[in-house]
Design a protein around this ligand. Structure first.
Ligand SMILES: O=C(O)[C@H](O)[C@@H](O)[C@H](O)[C@H](O)COP(=O)(O)O
Length: 252
């Protein structure tokens, strides 16, 4: 059992639009610092409700963001065509990347000509990571923007699944996701824990109990609780999601 190295920071907002504003300011600051330090900003984004919140956070409120220096990966992806409604690439595209001036080549989709070969998709995605990060060590993302399911899963790492403890590769195949669609690829825990910054965005009452178990009790049976990089993890919550946590000062 590994305890988080730095206690998480929890930010609670009175509405989704206030949360979006707070998230937008955070992403702008982290991207600026990464570009100043390393010349580019490499971010991975989950699916679910996050892309829409991120789009609200950044589209039209992006003064000063150097989009040309961004690389966007998917933290996990469903094995469907990139034009399919279930595709995280499409959801992130519709909400954000097709609406801001990021070069298409810097938004990293899966190779959807390989959908029958899940291992091939994972190999190709690993090669795309290596092309940006280099092959020598584990990818260290400047920022991971992650969601969390009501069962405590994050990316496509589900509670009780053997993959959560897999140390083998940066990208893994999931063929039995309990959340449909069943076939996916996902970044693995070693990559999540190598990131410079991690932010979770979690909203709605159905997340309240698991957030209590993770943030109050540090219950490591939830994959989201196992994300404990050297830097602090920041949780962006709305009031219903935070309803079982001690009362916090409202965030700006
Ligand atoms: O592709 C996916 O299914 C996701 O990446 C998944 O891990 C998601 O982030 C969580 O299930 C939270 O989703 P919600 O924010 O919609 O609850």
């Amino acid at each position: 059992m590994t305890a988080p190295r730095v206690p998480p920071t929890v930010k609670e907002y009175g509405s989704i639009s206030e949360l979006s504003a707070g998230l937008g300011a955070y992403v702008a600051e982290v991207s600026k610092a990464a570009i100043a330090a390393r010349g580019q900003f490499i971010v991975a984004v989950s699916g679910g409700s996050l892309p829409a919140i991120l789009g609200e956070a950044l589209v039209g409120h992006d003064a000063g963001i150097e989009w040309s220096k961004w690389h966007v990966f998917l933290a996990d992806e469903r094995l469907v065509a990139n034009t399919h409604e279930d595709s995280n690439y499409k959801q992130v595209g519709q909400a954000l990347t097709w609406r801001v001036p990021i070069a298409a080549a810097q938004v990293h989709a899966i190779d959807d000509t390989l959908l029958d070969d899940a291992a091939g998709v994972a190999r190709d995605y690993t090669a795309q990571l290596e092309a940006v990060f280099g092959a020598a060590s584990l990818p260290a993302f400047d920022l991971l923007l992650l969601g969390m399911g009501p069962d405590g899963h994050t990316c496509s790492l589900f509670p009780g699944h053997a993959l959560v403890d897999s140390l083998a590769a940066p990208v893994a195949v999931v063929l039995d996701s309990p959340k449909p669609p069943a076939r996916r690829i996902t970044l693995t825990l070693p990559v999540l824990n190598a990131a410079h910054n991690v932010a979770f965005v979690s909203t709605g009452e159905q997340k309240a109990q698991v957030l209590h178990n993770i943030l109050q009790n540090n219950d490591q049976s939830y994959p989201a609780a196992r994300v404990s990089p050297a830097s602090s993890v920041v949780w962006f919550l709305d009031v219903p999601a935070a309803s079982l946590l001690p009362i916090l000062a409202p965030s700006l």
